[in-house]
Ligand binder design. Structure first.
Ligand SMILES: Cc1cc2nc3c(=O)[nH]c(=O)nc-3n(C[C@H](O)[C@H](O)[C@H](O)COP(=O)(O)OP(=O)(O)OC[C@H]3O[C@@H](n4cnc5c(N)ncnc54)[C@H](O)[C@@H]3O)c2cc1C
Length: 476
């Protein structure tokens, strides 16, 4: 249900919000920075909201949200703005709540190996704080300026998910501000809990559409002391993809299993200014690369694991297995993390993620290549092949051809038992694809959940699998 209110105008909105957070922490009109109008998604246009508000406390968040809910003003949460689905892009008739003033690590609980953090803390800062304790937080999407709040809201994955799992495997408690302004705590510093419906898990991945997250309790891991990166060229992508299942079955638990196709590898190494160092006799036969990460607290174990990886992949089509020197390994992993920006700089028209069961990756990649060729589109890719998550860079300026191609790829992924996103979320970019392929009974239940949490459609307007209706734009 959408409740219509008289248009308060941007200045009145900003004035009211300034009474809550202080004048210095509200921007409206031209004072809104361009940075606050977009994320990294290539297909969602920037939007200038009525105001951008920067609260410092949960009480301020609650007062802002309650004011907005009562006055028909929508609220979009914003973390680091690194999202790839347009989910933190505000609405012109609503405000954006940015969490960069709520960026503290409240406590590192060494005994329980947990930490309590504010949502605006970046993953880079969190890692700096945890390092002296010999602990780390395994959630690592490719962009360390992402915030804990943003990663909770997207259920972020990343390269380490193949070994450690995704955000929902590491978040044990949340403090939430509901659309009504009510503050609620769920979960806690508990390794296990069985008290009925799990609100913590429901809110994880909800893209700021059910509640705003104002505090997060996370489980930590002991920091690995030894790591190694292996570069493994293959003659073709299907052979690489087919080698993943036997590698996983070998019992080695890689901390990273990334595939990079030939064009993407050329793009990321050129962008990073690095040479792969693969001998010409191998490189001229290579058209796909696997990066294998190994981590341990025991260097001996690392050598044993590397030997197993070499043997298994050697039996399954690897042309060679290179154990990279640490600095070269780190540079290549960083270049892979920047693959999005390399593809963007090369003129990609869209960059999407899609996920299938790990064993279905060869089928998905083969069909995507056929469909791309049939539509005259260049599709290159890389991704978290160990957890079935493929990232495709699509070079096709014609929007209707591109949409048709992506629809076909998503449809095939769902037929294979997959989903339209493994980690980037639905946001504003994938609503049509989700709606076209989802079970109507599932969508209906999601709608009812949204209605219970946010009856007026205040949170995350236009975002997520069952986007809330938004009221008419105010006059600017
Ligand atoms: C180069 C690059 C590589 C990437 N690699 C990966 C990857 O490997 N894996 C992966 O999962 N993602 C990846 N991403 C995407 C992105 O980093 C993640 O989606 C990340 O979780 C977004 O965090 P953020 O803080 O930037 O959130 P934002 O983009 O600011 O927001 C994302 C969502 O979170 C909501 N939100 C933010 N804060 C709160 C809060 N406090 N309460 C409620 N909702 C909130 C927003 O409303 C929005 O719906 C990559 C992005 C880039 C640019």
């Amino acid at each position: 249900m959408t409740i219509e209110h008289p248009d308060p105008g941007p200045h009145a909105v900003a004035r009211h919000l300034a009474e809550i957070v202080g004048e210095a922490h509200v921007a409206s009109g031209l004072r809104i920075s361009d940075d606050d109008t977009h994320d990294e998604c290539l297909t969602v246009d920037p939007v200038r909201p009525l105001a951008v508000v920067r609260p410092a406390t949960t009480t301020e968040v609650a007062a802002v949200v309650s004011h907005c809910d009562g006055h028909g003003i929508t609220v979009t949460a914003r973390g680091g703005g690194t999202g790839l689905s347009g989910a933190c892009v505000g609405h012109h008739a609503g405000i954006v709540v940015a969490f960069d003033r709520m960026a503290s690590v409240i406590e590192v609980d060494v005994a329980d190996q947990m930490a309590v953090v504010q949502p605006g803390v970046t993953l880079a800062r969190l890692d700096e704080i945890l390092a002296p304790y010999g602990l780390f937080y395994p959630v690592q999407p490719g962009e360390a300026s992402a915030t804990v709040g943003g990663t909770v809201a997207t259920n972020a994955g990343g390269m380490r998910a193949v070994r450690f799992g995704v955000t929902r495997n590491h978040v044990v408690g949340l403090e939430l501000v509901l659309a009504s302004g009510t503050v609620l705590r769920c979960g806690g510093r508990l390794a296990k809990i069985s008290t009925g419906y799990d609100l913590t898990q429901l809110v994880i991945g909800s893209e700021g559409t059910l509640a705003l997250v104002t505090e997060v309790t996370i489980r930590l891991q002991r920091r690995p002391t030894a790591q190694s990166t292996l570069l493994v060229p293959f003659g073709d992508l299907p052979t690489l993809a087919a080698a993943i299942a036997p590698l996983v079955a070998s019992g080695v638990e890689p901390s990273m299993l990334e595939y990079v196709d030939l064009l993407s590898m050329a793009g990321i190494t050129r962008a990073a200014g690095i040479e792969l160092g693969v001998e010409p006799a191998v490189s001229e036969r290579s058209s796909a690369y696997l990066l294998v990460g190994l981590q341990s607290r025991d260097p001996g174990q690392l050598d044993d694991d590397a030997a197993v990886v070499g043997t298994v992949l050697g039996h399954h089509g690897a042309l060679e297995v290179y154990v990279l020197p640490p600095s070269a390994g780190a540079a290549l992993v960083e270049a892979r993390e920047r693959a999005f920006f390399a593809a963007k700089a090369a003129g990609a028209d869209d960059i999407v993620d899609v996920v299938v069961p790990r064993s279905a990756i060869p089928d998905l990649l083969a069909r995507a290549a056929d469909l791309a060729a049939g539509s005259g589109t260049l599709v290159t890719g890389c991704g978290h092949v160990g957890d079935g998550n493929v990232h495709l860079s699509v070079f096709q300026p014609d929007k209707s051809i591109r949409s048709r191609l992506l629809d076909q790829i998503f449809t095939y992924a769902v037929e294979l038992g997959g989903a339209v996103s493994g980690e980037h979320g639905i946001g504003r970019a994938k609503q049509a694809a989700f709606a076209a392929l989802a079970d109507p009974a599932h969508v209906s239940l999601l709608r009812q959940i949204k209605q219970v949490f946010d009856p007026r459609g205040t949170l995350g307007p236009g975002v997520g699998p069952v986007a809330a209706p938004v009221s008419a734009p105010p006059r600017l």
